[in-house]
Design a protein. Structure first.
Length: 119
């Protein structure tokens, strides 16, 4: 029987079960993600990107910024709700509002076009 470890895919960030054992540890959830990462590193090298540089689509950037803005606004709303009233119903409502904003980030997947080489 093989033991397994929960890891996060270096490409998509999704949690997956990686088998433990001899050899290099698995860092991608799928072979296609390993291939995409390889292609992204080579594209980055051809453009002279550094280790901290990442290219991504404008659509992905906008989607992430929008979701983070909604979360930030919800946090401000919750701060106000929690300081203005000591009402459990209002606290519950504030929590659900915050949860809804955070849930918008659940589906966000950042797939870079190019990733600078790891140090």
């Amino acid at each position: 029987m093989t033991l397994s470890t929960i890891r996060r895919c270096l490409w998509c960030g999704v949690a997956f079960r990686a088998p433990e054992g001899p050899g290099r540890p698995q860092v991608y959830c799928r072979r296609s993600h390993r291939q995409r990462a390889f292609e992204a590193r080579h594209l980055a090298a051809s453009h002279g990107l550094g280790a901290d540089d990442v290219l991504m689509s404008r659509a992905n950037l906008v989607e992430l910024r929008d979701a983070l803005y909604q979360l930030e606004a919800a946090m401000e709303d919750v701060d106000t709700d929690l300081t203005e009233a000591n009402d459990p119903g209002r606290h519950r409502s504030a929590l659900w509002h915050l949860y809804g904003a955070a849930a918008n980030l659940r589906g966000v997947r950042l797939e870079p076009k190019a990733v600078g080489p790891a140090d």
